[in-house]
Design a protein around this ligand. Structure first.
Ligand code: ATP
Length: 234
């Protein structure tokens, strides 16, 4: 479903490459967690998959189409770490506006129920809590029923109930044959759901874990990296 082939990204005016020679795949039914320190390149991987950054080398394919192309965009739902929502519009207005723009059948009531937004359906987004905004961002990103979900820190600032709701939504997406790629520093909510994990370090993919406990292996990989850093500083 998603394929990175020797992908390189260098942001304009940035001193170093953000991604260098990154290759991996995510197939239908897989949920892959991207881990790595601050600035390692996790968000850039997601932006490249969403077709939002220019590649300096390699290619990214979604279902065989280049990321960013029309067919690729229709297969992808992207929730950025700071989702771009309209402060003055309500959840209902977001859903109506985007459904009309993308010529989708009306899905208002169902969507609001699925994402637990009925109670705030007609309030302007500027009055919503972080967790309510996060749920709306996910609702909007999945309106067109994409096969691949790209989520950047989806559990930031969420309480236990909302974390559980997001996890349940991801699981039903996977059970329906969808795929998920999540960049996060918060692994607990993905325990038991992740089928694989990737460790990114200074723009390179340094480890891929696909065993029975991919997040345990990712945690150990990150801990070993931190220990090596500390030893070097001593
Ligand atoms: N728009 C940009 N312009 C220039 N450099 C950028 C831009 N966005 C990211 N970078 C740089 O690219 C590298 C990778 O950043 P990225 O945001 O992908 O890391 P990350 O792993 O998601 O980090 P974090 O965990 O802190 O969110 C960093 O060195 C960052 O400073």
């Amino acid at each position: 479903m998603l394929s990175f082939e020797s992908v390189g990204v260098r942001y304009p005016q940035a001193p170093a490459t953000a991604l260098d020679g990154v290759s991996f795949t995510v197939s239908a039914g897989e949920c892959v967690v991207l881990g790595g320190g601050n600035g390692a390149g996790k968000s850039t991987v997601l932006r490249a998959a969403a077709g939002l950054v220019q590649l300096t080398e390699g290619r990214v394919l979604i279902g065989g189409s280049p990321a960013g192309s029309r067919p690729a965009r229709s297969s992808v739902g992207f929730v950025a770490d700071k989702p771009p929502l309209y402060d003055v519009l309500s959840p209902v207005e977001h859903i109506e506006l985007l459904s009309a723009l993308w010529q989708l059948p009306p899905a208002g009531e169902n969507t609001l129920r699925t994402y637990g937004l009925e109670g705030v359906a007609r309030r302007p987004v500027r009055t919503l809590s972080l967790g309510q905004r996060q749920r709306l961002a996910l609702a909007v990103a999945t309106l067109h029923r994409p096969e691949l979900l790209l989520l950047d820190e989806p559990f930031n600032g969420l309480d236990a109930a909302t974390t559980g709701l997001v996890r349940a939504i991801l699981r039903s997406h996977l059970a329906a044959g969808g795929a998920v790629l999540v960049a996060t520093h918060t692994f607990e909510p993905m325990d038991g759901t992740a089928t694989g994990a990737l460790r990114v370090d200074a723009g390179r993919l340094v480890d891929a874990y696909a065993g029975p406990d991919p997040l345990g292996e990712l945690r150990r990989g990150l801990a070993a990296r931190s220990a090596a850093d500390e030893a070097e500083q001593r």
